[in-house]
Design a binder for this molecule. Sequence first.
Ligand code: AMP
Length: 279
Amino acid sequence: MKIIDSVATLTNELEYLPVGSSVGFVPTMGALHRGHIELVRRAREQNDVVVVSIFVNPTQFNDANDLEKYPRTLEADCQLLECEGVDVVFAPSVDQVYPEPDSRVFDLGGVDQGMEGAHRPGHFNGVAQVVSRLFDIVRPTRSYFGEKDFQQVAVIRQLLSSMSLPMEIVTVATVREESGLALSSRNMLLTAEHRAVAPSIYGVMSEATKMVGQMSVADVCCWVVEQINQTALLEVIYFEIVDVETMAPIVEWKDAEVVQGCIAVQAGEVRLIDNIRFK
Ligand code: AMP
C-alpha cells in the first residue's frame, strides 16, 4: 500500500495503471471505523485499484472549534486500510488540495438548502469544493459514499451531474453499533454519559417509523423531538421528514413516494446526525 501526500505523486501513480483499470475511490476525513471500512470493502470488491483519501477539509467546517477538535488518527487509519488491501492512501496537506483559496460557489440544485445546509452555512459548498477537487485528481470509475450522510449523497449526485464526469456513485447503508447508534468518527469525542444515551436517537426514530399514516407528519416530528429531548443530555437541532428527491420537508405522507427522517442532535460538545427510511 502506498501512502501519498502530494497531488503530483498521486497523478503520476494513477497515470501508469494498466489500460482499462477500474479505480474505486473512498473519500474520508479519517478516524476510520467500521462504517468507512464497509465502503472500502465494497470498493475492493468492485475495482482493480482502490484509492482512499484522508483529508479533514477545512472549507466544509463552519465552526473553527469543530475543525480543531476533529479526531486525527492517520497511523491507525493506514494500518486498517492496509489490512483491507487498499492500494493507495492519499493523505494530502491543505496546501496540496488548495494551492490557492477555493472561491468556487456551486449550484447544488436546492438539495443543499435545508437541514445540514441551513444549520451549517457553507458546509455543502465546502463539500462540493473538496469532492470536485478530489474527483479531478483521482478520476475514479466509482466513488463510495455512506447513507449516514444522507443529504450529502444528494449533494454529490447534483455535483456529479454538473461536472459531467463518467463516474458511478455507490452508496452504502449506515453501519451501526448493536445499540443502534450510527458509527461516526465523532462518537469517540462523546463523554461516557452522552454515549450511554446516544442510541436513543435511532431508537426513537425507529419507533416513529411505525406511525406513518396513523399520525400526521407534524405530530410525528414533534413526538420524535420530545422523546429525544426528554433526556437532559441530548438536544435535537432539527428533525425533518423529507422527500428523498428534493430533500425538502413533506407536509402529508402522500406528498412523496420515498421519504426519509433526518436528524441532527447536540450531545454535549458533539454534534451527531442520523437518518432512517420512513416510507
Ligand atoms: P467522513 O470521514 O465522516 O467524512 O465519512 C467518509 C464516508 O464514510 C462518507 O461517505 C460517510 O457517509 C461514510 N460513513 C461515515 N460513517 C458511516 C457509517 N456509520 N456507515 C456507513 N458509512 C459511513
